[in-house]
Design a protein. Structure first.
Lengths: 92, 506
C-alpha cells in the first residue's frame, strides 16, 4: 500500500515536510515517494498528507492508478472547460 | 481683470502646493515621522523611494498552503512578469550569495524580500535561514516578507527576532462569502478545507496576524487584488478594517487573468479591471487610507528598481563567475544612500521654501489667479510620464512603462502606471512597431498628455490623433515639476474649463 508521485508534479516541496514516514524525497525530474516507507498515512492522519496539500490535480495516484485529486477537484475548473480553453489557445 | 506677473517658472512651482509636496506628500502626509523614517528607502512602501532605491526577491519559498483563483502553480516563464512566477528556485545559501552579488552590483539595492513563489511562511526553515544569514552578512539591507497570512500568527515573534520591519499581507476580503469565490481551498491542521469554511479560517488568521504585527510594532502593508464582480464593492470595507487594525498602507492591484496562464479566473473568463476602474476604487478608499499607487506586481524573483527586472544578470552560474568585494560594496551602498538622502532633503527644503527672491525674471506669464492663489477653476488632468529616477528621462519609444499622474490645482499626484512595450529597439524588432504603438496608445487612452524626453515624428502624430498631446519640452526635469508646469500651461490656454473634458473624447 503506497502512493506515487507522477510526472505532473511541479516540485513545489509542499508535501515533503508533511510525510510522517519521511517517504518523500526531491528527485529529477520530479519528487518521488519511497513505496517501502509510504503508509498512506494510515494510523497517523485521517487523510494522506501529501495529497492533502498537493496543488496539482492528478499528480499523486494510488496503487490502482487513481488520482487522489482528480481533474477539477482542486481548481474548480470543469475538465471540459479546461479542454476548451487549451483548444482555443492552440488554435491561435 | 488679470494682471501680468513676472515669473521665471510656472506660478505654483515655488510653493508647498507643488514640487515634491505633490504626489509624495499625498501618500506620506498621513504617516507619522517614525513611519516615514522607516520607509524612506523602501521602494515598495514609499513612492518617493521607488524612484531611487531598488529591491530584490529571492525565490526560496516554493510551497504554498492555500490556492487562489488567480494563481497557477505550474507556471514558470522567463517572459512573464507577475507575482508567483520565477525562473530558478534557490536554496537559502544560494539566495544569500545572490543577494550579496546583487547588492554589490546595484548599490541602490536597499531591500531583500521573500515573496514566494509559494507562501514564505509555508516554508519557514528556508525563509528564516535566508533571513538569519543575511542579517549577519548584509546588516544594511532591510528584510521583508509577503504572506497570505494563513500561518502568520504563529510566526510574528520569529519575524521580530530577525528584525523584519516590514510585512505585506494579501487580504482580498473580510467576508467568507466573498472569500469562497477567491480561495477554493486551504491546508489547515493536516487536512484540506474547502469553500466558505476555508475562507473563514483564512480571514480570521489574516486579521489576527495583522493585529499581532501592529502590537509588535512591525509595519504592515495590505495587498488586495481587485476582481471585478467578486470583491470590487467589498474592498472599501476591507480598506477601512485593515486601517483600523493598524495597516499603514493599502495596495489595491488589478487582477491579472489570461486563459494561457491556466488559472481559474483566466480559464473561466473572469475579466481584469480597466485602469479607470482601479483608479476609481483606489480613490474611493483613499479618504480613509494611504493608498499605494506605484506597485508593479513584480515576480517572486524580481531584481532592480520597480519597473525594471535585471534578474537575468544574476542567474546562479553568472553569480559564480563574479569576483566581489563585499566589504567595499557595503561602503559604496552607504555612500550612495547618504547622497540620495541629502538630495531628497534639499529637494524637500526647496519645495517648502517661499517663492525664491533670488530668481531672475525671464519670462512673462499671464497668471489668472495671481492675486488669490485659491483653488483654480481648472479641472484635473491625467498625464503619462516616461520616467526614470524621478525625472522625465525616457524616450517615448523606449519606455517600458508610463507613470500616470493626476495634475490639478492642488499639485501632482501619482495615480498609477501603465505597462508598454518599447517598440523602438533600434533593430529588427521594430517590425511590430505599429501594433505596439497602437497598444500603448490604448493603454494611455484616459491620459491627455504624455511627457517624455524625446519622441519620434510618427508616434507624435498618432498620439495627437488619439487626443493625447505629446510633450518633450520638460526632458530631465523632476516629474512633478514638469506635470504641474504643463497643467498650468493648459490652464492659461483655457483648456481646463469645465466643459473642455469632452473635447478629448471626441
Amino acid at each position: 500500500m503506497a502512493l506515487e508521485i507522477i510526472e505532473s508534479c511541479v516540485n513545489c516541496w509542499a508535501c515533503e515536510p508533511l510525510c510522517p514516514n519521511q517517504a518523500i524525497h526531491a528527485a529529477t525530474p520530479h519528487f518521488l515517494i519511497d513505496a517501502d516507507k509510504c503508509s498512506e498515512c494510515v494510523g497517523d492522519f485521517a487523510e494522506a498528507q501529501c495529497a492533502s496539500i498537493c496543488p496539482i490535480e492528478g499528480a499523486i495516484i494510488d496503487e490502482l492508478g487513481e488520482a487522489l485529486n482528480p481533474p477539477g477537484s482542486l481548481t474548480g475548473i470543469p475538465p471540459e472547460r479546461w479542454a476548451a480553453a487549451q483548444a482555443e489557445i492552440a488554435a491561435r | 481683470m488679470d494682471l501680468p506677473v513676472i515669473e521665471s517658472s510656472p506660478p505654483v512651482a515655488a510653493g508647498c502646493s507643488a514640487g515634491s509636496c505633490g504626489s509624495t506628500a499625498s501618500q506620506m502626509d498621513g504617516l507619522s515621522d517614525d513611519i516615514r523614517a522607516r520607509v524612506q528607502d523602501h521602494p515598495c512602501y514609499s513612492e518617493e523611494a521607488h524612484h531611487y532605491f531598488a529591491r530584490m526577491h529571492v525565490a526560496v519559498a516554493p510551497a504554498c498552503n492555500i490556492q487562489c483563483h488567480y494563481c497557477n502553480r505550474k507556471y514558470d516563464c522567463a517572459n512573464e512578469s507577475r507575482p508567483g512566477v520565477v525562473s530558478e528556485l534557490l536554496m537559502p545559501d544560494q539566495a544569500v550569495r545572490k543577494t550579496l552579488a546583487v547588492a554589490a552590483t546595484i548599490p541602490q539595492m536597499s531591500v531583500l524580500g521573500i515573496a514566494g513563489p509559494g507562501d514564505p511562511l509555508a516554508n519557514p526553515q528556508r525563509t528564516f535561514e535566508t533571513f538569519r544569514q543575511l542579517a549577519l552578512q548584509a546588516p544594511d539591507i532591510k528584510l521583508c516578507v509577503s504572506t497570505n497570512g494563513l500561518v502568520l500568527p504563529e510566526y510574528v515573534e520569529e519575524l521580530a527576532r530577525y528584525d523584519i520591519d516590514h510585512v505585506t499581507i494579501t487580504i482580498n476580503c473580510v467576508d467568507p462569502e466573498v472569500g469562497a469565490r477567491i480561495y477554493p481551498w486551504i491546508f489547515w491542521k493536516n487536512r484540506r478545507v474547502f469553500g466558505r469554511e476555508a475562507a473563514a479560517i483564512l480571514i480570521k488568521q489574516q486579521q489576527q496576524g495583522l493585529e499581532m504585527l501592529t502590537a509588535r510594532g512591525i509595519l504592515a502593508k495590505v495587498n488586495s487584488v481587485l476582481i471585478p464582480g467578486v470583491n470590487d464593492h467589498h474592498l472599501p470595507e476591507v480598506s477601512k478594517i485593515v486601517k483600523a487594525k493598524g495597516a499603514f498602507l493599502h495596495n489595491v492591484m488589478p487582477l491579472i487573468a489570461e486563459a494561457e496562464h491556466g488559472t481559474f479566473y483566466g480559464v473561466m473568463g473572469q475579466r481584469s479591471p480597466k485602469p479607470a476602474e482601479l483608479k476609481a476604487l483606489q480613490d474611493a478608499c483613499e479618504g480613509d487610507m494611504n493608498m499605494m499607487r506605484h506597485c508593479r506586481q513584480c515576480r517572486a524573483d524580481a531584481v532592480g528598481l520597480l519597473g525594471e527586472d535585471r534578474g537575468a544578470e544574476f542567474t546562479l552560474d553568472k553569480i559564480e563567475a563574479m569576483d566581489i568585494d563585499y566589504e567595499a560594496a557595503m561602503v559604496v551602498r552607504a555612500e550612495l544612500r547618504a547622497q540620495i538622502a541629502a538630495d531628497l532633503a534639499e529637494k524637500r527644503a526647496q519645495a517648502h521654501a517661499p517663492a525664491a527672491p533670488q530668481v531672475t525674471p525671464q519670462v512673462i506669464h499671464f497668471q489668472p489667479h495671481a492675486a488669490k492663489p485659491a483653488p483654480a477653476a481648472g479641472r484635473p488632468v491625467l498625464m503619462a510620464v516616461a520616467a526614470k529616477n524621478g525625472l522625465v528621462a525616457v524616450h517615448f519609444g523606449h519606455a517600458k512603462e508610463f507613470l500616470v499622474y493626476e495634475a490639478s490645482a492642488s499639485g501632482a499626484r501619482l495615480v498609477g502606471h501603465r505597462k508598454a512595450e518599447s517598440y523602438c529597439a533600434g533593430d529588427e524588432n521594430c517590425g511590430d512597431a505599429d501594433l505596439v504603438l497602437a497598444r500603448t496608445i490604448q493603454a494611455l487612452e484616459d491620459c491627455e498628455v504624455v511627457l517624455c524626453s524625446r519622441i519620434g515624428y510618427e508616434p507624435w502624430g498618432e498620439l495627437e490623433a488619439a487626443g493625447i498631446q505629446p510633450n518633450g519640452e520638460h526632458a530631465m526635469q523632476p516629474i512633478e515639476e514638469a506635470v504641474i508646469a504643463v497643467w498650468h500651461e493648459m490652464l492659461v490656454a483655457g483648456r481646463l474649463t469645465a466643459g473642455s473634458t469632452a473635447a478629448k473624447r471626441a
